[in-house]
Design a binder for this molecule. Structure first.
Ligand code: FES
Length: 247
């Protein structure tokens, strides 16, 4: 199961209701994780099992009785007696709208993309029921941004980036290198390999691959996967060098 946010340890527990299903979890557990423990699934892009909650993609919105608005389930902790709704028509409409905006700024080349059928953006677009996009993609964002192929092991294609910041957080939280950052604001924001370098190779990057593993699209992808495709079988090994776990 993909729980969406890291496990929380606590000496106290709370009991809440997710879509009518009762669940008891350690205090501090997010609504997203509690929902996963009931067997439910909430769409998400920026949350993962091993990175701190960030709450940037706004895809995981839920409704909670007695609470105004639609909070992000990945950053909202459960409370005793809380009643959460994850699949209302209003939420489905909101999520579809959010996803439509992401897709409107993403190349529509899924069938020829090296991440086809292994892309979380593709999966989540299907999960929210997005079939048509009203806004055309003309490459407005990241226009003219060239792929960075300087690293010997992986490529970075900014045109496919949704700026979820998973790579930046993985570099910081998993590897502790801080080689990546988000440069710019709003529509102009983009992942950058350090403020003092103009390529991954020239940056502080140690090629641990944590960013590649964290990327939900084909923005950061191993050269070998792009060239010969995904392996039929994979194992994860962890050595003492960086502890990321090579796949
Ligand atoms: Fe919750 Fe992105 S998964 S805001």
């Amino acid at each position: 199961t993909d729980f969406g946010t890291p496990e929380v340890r606590s000496e106290t527990e709370v009991t809440c209701f997710i879509d009518g299903r009762e669940v008891t979890v350690p205090s501090g557990t997010t609504v997203m994780r509690a929902a996963a423990l009931t067997g439910g699934s909430i769409p998400k892009l920026c949350a993962t099992d091993n990175l701190k909650q960030f709450g940037s993609c706004r895809l995981c919105l839920v409704e909670i009785d007695g609470m105004r608005g639609t909070p992000a389930s990945c950053t909202t902790p459960v409370a005793e007696g809380m009643k959460v709704h994850t699949q209302t028509p209003r939420l489905q409409k909101l999520r579809k709208g959010v996803m439509e905006l992401y897709i409107s700024d993403h190349p529509l080349d899924c069938l020829t993309c090296s991440a086809n059928n292994d892309c979380e953006l593709q999966d989540q677009a299907a999960a929210v029921g997005l079939r048509d996009v009203r806004y055309g993609y003309e490459g407005e964002n990241h226009l003219g941004a060239m792929p960075d192929i300087s690293n010997p092991y992986f490529d970075f294609d900014p045109s496919k980036c949704i700026v979820c910041s998973r790579c930046v957080r993985a570099c910081d939280e998993v590897q502790g290198t801080l080689a990546l950052t988000i440069d710019g604001r709003g529509f102009d924001s983009k992942v950058s390999a350090g403020l003092t370098s103009d390529s991954f190779l020239a940056s502080e990057c140690v090629s641990c691959g944590a960013c590649v593993q964290a990327c939900p699209t084909a923005t950061l992808q191993e050269k070998a996967v792009k060239e010969i495709g995904k392996p039929e079988r994979a194992v994860v090994t962890t050595c003492a060098y960086c502890g990321v776990g090579c796949t």
